[in-house]
Design a protein around this ligand. Structure first.
Ligand SMILES: [Zn+2]
Length: 321
């Protein structure tokens, strides 16, 4: 347990057998409030870890006063329904997380159409069709994961934290920043052992967001803050994150430069670039790979290093001379 000024952050850390290493969520004790930031996976491991941490600190589930969610992903919101079915408490998240957390059907149907169009324009062929049919089935099954309780949009400050909107990994991603002690509860914006993926997503009205550019701006914003300590959503706590952020920024530049070399060699569509860059990962981790490629293409285009033309419905990228 760490004690800052007038509050304590109590981590709940659950080992997982994936490259995430751990699922981390946090209790913040301040005066009469006990806030849960994120809610792990919907597993018994996470549920027992929450109870164990509560009882080790002489609390019970009934002492939790509210839940704040850093973003909509399933490994951050898993226990919300279990908790609120026993203890109806307010839930706060970024406003754009709400249709996603409520599994709003029309939003998710729009989202499937968005990916169908995107993968077609990127020249993905069968691999794209396969992913789209997976997404279509997931919409039908997904409603059982909907958050039951009302979710309130979080304001620009909460408790004693400044709420930073840090989109990129997720469009609704927020981080909680203590401006006095320079402490950041970061969700998945910054992880120590893996780089956080900027996942391609439509916005609420179906437009594609430049997620890698957003992610880059988000971590540059964190770099400007001189943060002392980061409490991330996975892996170990991060002391003085400057070096890590600079390494992440350098890796974006490196990837973009390699992609530009491939375009220079005449490889022009998103799908062909993905196959050349990621080889067999194109088949095994299709959506992640396409997010990385499209994100870096957006970045190069935004930097005016490349441009694109549509031929027979497919984007072709070219070097700017
Ligand atoms: Zn996430």
């Amino acid at each position: 347990m760490k004690e800052q000024g007038d509050y304590q952050i109590i981590p709940i850390i659950v080992d997982v057998p994936t490259n995430l290493k751990t699922i981390n969520f946090y209790l913040i004790k301040r005066n009469h409030s006990l806030v849960l930031v994120d809610a792990g996976l919907d597993t018994d491991d996470c549920w027992y870890a929450l109870h164990r941490t509560l009882s080790e600190n002489n609390f019970s589930l009934q002492d939790i006063t509210e839940i704040v969610l850093t973003h909509n992903h399933g490994d951050h919101v898993g226990l919300v329904n279990r908790i609120t079915s026993l203890q109806p408490i307010p839930i706060y998240a970024h406003k754009d997380a709400i249709p996603r957390l409520k599994r709003d059907n029309s939003f998710f149907e729009m989202r499937v159409d968005f990916f169908a169009e995107l993968y077609k324009e990127m020249g993905c062929g069968d691999a794209g069709d396969k992913q789209v049919s997976y997404l279509r089935k997931a919409v039908l099954k997904g409603s059982k994961n909907a958050i039951h309780s009302e979710i309130a949009p979080i304001g620009s400050s909460h408790l004693r934290f400044k709420i930073m909107h840090v989109p990129g990994h997720a469009p609704d991603h927020i981080a909680l920043y203590d401006e006095t002690d320079h402490i950041l509860i970061s969700g998945d914006v910054l992880l120590h052992h893996i780089s956080s993926n900027a996942l391609i997503e439509p916005d609420i009205s179906g437009h594609r967001m430049p997620t890698l550019i957003q992610h880059k701006q988000s971590i540059e914003g964190i770099l400007a803050l001189s943060v002392n300590l980061v409490y991330p959503g996975h892996g170990i706590l991060i002391d003085e994150p400057e070096r890590l952020i600079k390494a992440r920024l350098a890796s974006i530049e490196r990837k973009a430069a390699r992609l530009k070399d491939l375009i220079q060699d005449g490889i022009s569509t998103g799908a062909e670039l993905a196959k050349h860059y990621y080889k067999n990962l194109y088949d095994t981790q299709f959506s992640l790979v396409m997010s990385e490629i499209i994100g870096h293409l957006d970045y190069l285009e935004n930097e005016k290093q490349i441009n694109r033309v549509k031929i027979d419905g497919i984007w072709h990228y070219r070097i700017n001379n």
